[in-house]
Design a protein around this ligand. Structure first.
Ligand code: TXA
Ligand code: MG
Length: 317
């Protein structure tokens, strides 16, 4: 791709943005916090391309954007405190991490294989119109290359991702300018990331202090391992599997693989298949049967794939 379309903040621009999302394309869109890099949250390939475009070295879980609480209920379960916060602060700069509904149809790349999902209903009218026009869940990490500052104008998005995404919907400057506040509900309502909605407002609404959370632990290797690691034992960089092992292949050289992440060696396709295939092989594995994984080149999305595979293969407590 060479040209990134700039779409106007009107009915025509919104219709075009929704159409591109439906085609599995990447469209940056304004929210009241920062610009998000949008993709259909149900489309594995589209979500994989988000990580590619951002150059993210890891598959961190992404936020799913929805037009209203009704739509959010199809995706996640709401404990009473979450219900209360959603009523008070949605639409707005608040993200809730909630139990993922099994039938939600969200790509496992979005949640990084976790059984929770981060959901947000943005207030920006263009964002809401786009979400309504598209009619499905949209993932939206900040629309910047990994490690760079989050964009608050369409021009920033083009500086960082021009040529790597199909379009940006130009909604002018984002008024809040920092990302949404994230609250989880694992045991008690917990602040996972400070952001655009002050914690004081959240605590006043709950009538209780938020539990503290030390860093985004979900990104730490040990934490994630237990969630998405298959039960079966994984051996990495295996060009030829041992007798009786299941074999997860990559590329054309893996004839006889039980499943192949990508027959043509396409890293975006491999990323899109990663969690699905790990799950399928784990279900297939008999008692004590291991999974051998073919080498995956360590560039582009291969780095994120290898990061996940290493964590899945790491010894468990
Ligand atoms: O304001 C915002 O929230 C912006 C705009 C575009 O909406 N979006 C944003 O998304 O910042 P993103 O994907 O860059 O931030 C995702 C954050 C990460 O820190 C991630 O670890 C956390 O949310 N997260 C996502 N899903 C999670 C989950 N299931 N459990 C815990 N943390 C989660
Ligand atoms: Mg970000």
């Amino acid at each position: 791709m060479s040209l990134t379309e700039t779409l106007s903040p009107d009915a025509q621009g919104i219709a075009r943005a929704a159409e591109l999302l439906a085609q599995g394309k990447l469209v940056a869109f304004p929210t009241e916090t920062v610009y998000g890099l949008g993709a259909d949250a149900r489309n594995d390939d589209a979500v994989a391309r988000i990580f590619e475009a951002k150059g993210r070295p890891r598959f961190n879980p992404l936020i799913v954007h929805l037009p209203d609480l009704e739509a959010a209920r199809d995706i996640a379960d709401f404990p009473p405190e979450a219900e209360r916060l959603a009523d008070a602060f949605w639409p707005g700069p608040l993200t809730l991490v909630l139990p993922l509904r099994a039938e939600a149809g969200i790509s496992p790349l979005v949640t990084a294989g976790l059984n929770t999902v981060a959901i947000r209903v943005p207030e920006n009218p263009l964002a809401r119109d786009l979400l309504r026009a598209f009619g499905g869940p949209v993932v939206g990490p900040s629309a910047n290359p990994s490690g760079k500052v989050s964009p608050t104008e369409a021009g920033h998005v083009l500086e960082g991702l021009g040529g790597k995404i199909e379009a940006v919907l130009d909604g002018g400057r984002c008024p809040v300018g920092v990302e949404s506040t994230i609250v989880g509900f694992d045991h008690a309502p917990t602040l996972l990331r400070p952001g655009g909605l002050p914690t004081e407002a959240i605590e006043a609404c709950l009538g209780a202090p938020l539990a503290a959370h030390h860093g985004m632990k979900v990104n730490a290797p040990g934490q994630l391992t237990s969630h998405y690691a298959p039960g079966a034992k994984l051996r990495l960089e295996v060009a030829e599997p041992a007798e009786g092992e299941l074999w997860l292949g990559f590329g054309p050289g893996c004839a006889g693989a039980t499943l192949n992440l990508s027959e043509n060696g396409d890293l975006v396709e491999a990323a899109a298949n990663l969690f699905h295939h790990l799950r399928a092989l784990d279900a297939m594995a008999g008692e004590g049967q291991g999974i051998a994984v073919a080498p995956v080149p360590n560039h582009g999305l291969g780095r994120a794939i290898n990061d996940r595979l290493r964590r899945a293969a790491a010894p468990r407590p």
